[in-house]
Design a binder for this molecule. Structure first.
Ligand code: ZN
Ligand code: ZN
Length: 261
């Protein structure tokens, strides 16, 4: 299959695998927050996808600078946004380092609502008044259907995040879905057959905005990727203990983990 040939060039690095608070959570003294296992240290959820030598960032977490330093992100060629929540866009200002290093604008993709909120919330970036200092230089590009990027087809996926819908992405043989509480059946169909799936799982107890661990495992099995990596993890999920509960082919991601698709 031609898809398998092209997807061999995709590499995924998890820059952060934590929920909106990160792990440890500020001020918390629970067992997971005090864990000395490095895999229990989770910055906010974001990945960098290497596609044909280009570097595609999914979401700009508030930890973007620390993540870029820790995992040696040397360039970002484009950004895909899943939605506008603070834990997914809070690092936008740090994108200007890549503008300066690469001497060019960055294209940011997302659904219409996400990009409209970004434009409003980060109004200084889009102001017509020339700044005295630096600011990110971003081209916002609304995603309303599949498009091609660096030789791969990028398919937006509708994802329920509580009452609102946000965007997941299929990039060749990779499925990336964060902050889902539920998936429409069309989305399950659209990601069925991916080799690698990243999917969110917050904690054991149900949550109105996020899949629980058990719901994420059920959803992952419905999709049936060869390998599923769970992301956006809360401080209820200790890496070692939780990993023992997971079926074959499904594992917890951790910050710095690199996966070939
Ligand atoms: Zn989130
Ligand atoms: Zn969210």
């Amino acid at each position: 299959m031609s898809q398998e040939v092209s997807s061999a060039r995709i590499k995924l690095k998890f820059l952060g695998t934590g929920g909106s608070f990160g792990v440890p959570m500020l001020g918390c003294g629970c067992k997971v927050c005090l864990s000395t296992d490095q895999r229990d240290k989770r910055l906010r959820t974001s990945v960098v996808v290497n596609v044909g030598g280009r570097s595609l960032l999914i979401d700009a977490s508030p930890d973007l600078r620390a993540q870029g330093l820790a995992h040696r992100v040397e360039r970002v060629d484009a950004v895909l946004f899943t939605h506008e929540h603070a834990d997914h866009v809070g690092g936008i200002d740090d994108l200007r380092a890549f503008n300066i290093r690469q001497r060019g604008k960055l294209t940011c993709y997302g659904d219409a609502r996400t990009l409209a909120v970004i434009r409003r919330r980060f109004d200084y970036i889009f102001s017509s008044i020339p700044p005295l200092g630096s600011r990110p230089r971003l081209d916002l590009c609304v995603v309303d259907g599949p498009f091609e990027l660096y030789g791969q087809e990028v398919v937006p996926l509708e994802v329920f995040h509580g009452e609102q819908t946000i965007t997941g992405y299929r990039i060749g043989g990779l499925g990336y879905i964060t902050d889902a509480s539920r998936l429409p059946s069309e989305t399950v169909q659209a990601v069925r057959g991916v080799k690698v799936l990243a999917l969110n799982a917050l904690r054991h107890e149900p949550h109105p905005l996020h899949l629980s661990l058990e719901q994420a495992v059920d959803t992952a099995q419905l999709i049936g990727a060869e390998r599923t990596y769970l992301i956006h993890l809360g401080h209820e999920l200790e890496h070692e203990a939780t990993s023992r509960l997971l079926p074959q082919g499904i594992e917890l991601a951790y910050d710095g983990l690199t996966v070939e698709v």
